[in-house]
Design a protein around this ligand. Structure first.
Ligand code: ZN
Ligand code: ZN
Length: 233
């Protein structure tokens, strides 16, 4: 069962251009069997999730959320299987981890080394369930380093899309050995490690992504020149 565990919709993530139904249709077109919607700090309301699951059955939409911890290191985590809101912006990693454990959820470290080139020391003592190794927000040259870090922490790796745009959907995903039909079953299979990670193909998706990154870097350059211009005057 092919599932993308990390996606964003414009309904609840200001940074995403993807309408939730467009996201689902793209995933179906890419041959996926399910996805988790993991908007920034916001859950899909229960009723909407139920309606989407009914409308797109047998395709399956799972609950999820992406949480950013600012407390010490700026880090992002994907939380799966929890329907209660996670109010975590001022939480520490240890508080979040305990909350996820107590609530029967699953937690993985999203795009490691994206903002800071450090392995949070708390991870060494209490590692998350997994580490994201592939997504559109992970540079491909980090793959071997992330693999080493995951091994050192004794946790699994996850491939996902972190989709914010149509062309991201299906970038990387996991393939579960067994079919699951509920969030609790998904968490149980993930905890068992009964899945394979499907890495991104060297195809048009990667090229589109590279082009977008290049444009983004160019825009950033424009912005820093703009700021520099202000300082100089
Ligand atoms: Zn985002
Ligand atoms: Zn994300």
């Amino acid at each position: 069962m092919k599932i993308d565990l990390h996606t964003h919709t414009r309904q609840r993530s200001y940074c995403s251009a993807l309408d939730e139904e467009v996201l689902i249709r793209c995933a179906i077109q890419e041959g996926l069997d399910g996805l988790a919607i993991t908007d920034h700090g916001r859950l899909v309301p229960k009723q909407i999730l139920e309606e989407l699951n009914e409308k797109y059955h047998p395709f399956r939409i799972f609950i999820g959320v992406e949480v950013t911890l600012f407390a010490r290191d700026y880090q992002d985590y994907i939380i799966l299987g929890i329907h209660k809101p996670v109010m975590a912006s001022d939480w520490t990693y240890d508080i979040l981890l305990k909350y996820v454990r107590d609530s029967g959820g699953y937690i993985y470290w999203a795009h490691p080394f994206r903002y800071r080139d450090v392995l949070p020391p708390e991870h060494k003592i209490n590692p998350p369930d997994a580490v994201e190794i592939y997504s559109t927000n992970i540079r491909p040259d980090l793959t071997s380093r992330i693999k080493q870090v995951a091994e050192r922490m004794g946790c699994r790796t996850i491939g996902a899309s972190d989709a914010h745009f149509k062309e991201d959907v299906g970038y990387s995903y996991i393939d579960l050995e067994n079919e699951v039909s509920s969030d609790a079953e998904l968490v149980a299979e993930l905890k068992k490690g009964a899945f394979k990670v499907i890495p991104p193909g060297i195809d048009s998706k990667q090229k589109e992504k590279d082009q977008r990154d290049a444009k983004y870097q160019a825009d950033l350059g424009d912005f820093s020149n703009f700021v520099k211009g202000i300082k100089d005057t």
